[in-house]
Design a binder for this molecule. Structure first.
Ligand SMILES: C[S@@+](CC[C@H](N)C(=O)[O-])C[C@H]1O[C@@H](n2cnc3c(N)ncnc32)[C@H](O)[C@@H]1O
Length: 326
């Protein structure tokens, strides 16, 4: 309340100060301070276009871009995103997909868009008309209130807006969202910040009749939820299509259990490199099955369903933040 009353005064104050001192708005403050002033309209767009000048995707550039957009958040962004070597595993396998037609990809769990931009760029390199549909509820994550703003910025930077179809929602039902309003998140007016977003996106995609060539799964990490996600994907991945799982490591017992328990008659295991698990849907088996693979590989198989283990490791920071899958 206090915040909303004070904001216009603060913005006017900064505008006045900048006018008196002749200081031009910089990249961090111009959208708020000068956003709608006619005097700076041209400057605004020139500056914006410069910041979003198209360049090829690279992990280091993505980190630099995000760091400039959210100074101080780079550690959270790094720890909450799939690291470069793991993304290379995904894109290397994508290279096996036929490139004589546009590819259709599905990306589950965007955060600020590091893996999404990477695989969309890889798909576009294989065929210029490829499309990646992304699903994320845009809930606060690691202190970033509206991660989708950054996702859009990143996709714009790499000229990927024409190859991307964002869906703001949960793959299945609305998950338990631990830490949505964590100590780094600010109070907010947006409904989605409170955990509301479209639900049952996978079911509705199946109703639309879409089939994907590859899926990257990095959303809710709880075992039960992930198992149901995989079941729903059965109607969405074409035979021969790839499923890439992130966090198939000891930090994520639930993910390990789901990956280990995938039905070998339905999915051919291709690789388990570092934290990335790769399977390919077999041709000619259960092709019309609406349901998914049953529970295999014993009960649980993980340390705690969906819960983090206690070991130390590169995923430890991410693990804590990701509890409950969000
Ligand atoms: C670990 S982050 C993803 C990081 C991202 N893949 C990257 O490497 O750049 C997990 C994301 O999953 C999203 N998420 C959580 N539950 C989800 C659900 N049920 N459906 C879709 N996304 C979900 C969260 O909002 C969060 O952005």
């Amino acid at each position: 309340m206090t915040r909303s009353i004070l904001t216009p005064f603060l913005v006017r104050g900064v505008r006045m100060y900048n006018r008196i001192t002749g200081r031009l708005p910089d990249r961090a403050n111009w959208p708020i301070v000068w956003g709608n002033t006619s005097r700076f309209a041209a400057d605004r767009w020139q500056k914006r276009d410069k910041a979003f000048e198209r360049c090829d995707y690279s992990y280091s550039d993505a980190m630099e871009f995000l760091n400039a957009a959210r100074p101080g958040a780079v550690r959270d962004i790094r720890e909450g995103s799939i690291p470069e070597p793991a993304l290379k595993v995904v894109t290397r396998h994508m290279g096996d997909l036929a490139a004589d037609r546009p590819l259709k990809g599905l990306h589950i769990g965007n955060f600020v868009g590091v893996s999404l931009a990477c695989i969309t760029d890889a798909a576009r390199k294989l065929h210029a008309d490829s499309v990646v549909l992304s699903i994320d509820p845009n809930i606060p994550h690691r202190g970033i209130d509206s991660p989708q703003d950054l996702v859009t910025g990143l996709m714009a930077r790499y000229g990927l807006l024409g190859n991307w179809m964002p869906v703001t929602g949960f793959t299945l039902d609305r998950s338990a969202l631990y830490g949505v309003l964590n100590d780094k998140s600010s109070p907010t007016r947006h409904a989605s910040y409170h955990g509301f977003s479209a639900t049952q996106v996978l079911r509705n995609l199946a109703r639309l009749g879409t089939k994907f060539d590859f899926v990257l799964i990095d959303g809710n990490h709880s075992e039960g939820y992930l198992r149901r996600e995989v079941a729903s994907l059965m109607g969405l991945v074409r035979p021969g299509g790839y499923l890439f799982f992130d966090d198939v490591d000891e930090n994520w017992g639930g993910v390990m259990a789901v990956f280990a328990g995938l039905d070998p008659l339905t999915f051919a295991k291709v690789a388990h490199e570092g934290r990335i698990g790769v399977v390919r849907r077999r041709r000619g088996v259960n092709e019309d099955a609406p349901g998914g693979p049953g529970r295999r590989g014993g009960k649980g198989g993980g340390k705690r369903p969906g819960g983090p283990g206690r070991g130390k490791g590169p995923g430890a920071g991410r693990r804590r933040q990701n509890a409950g899958g969000a």
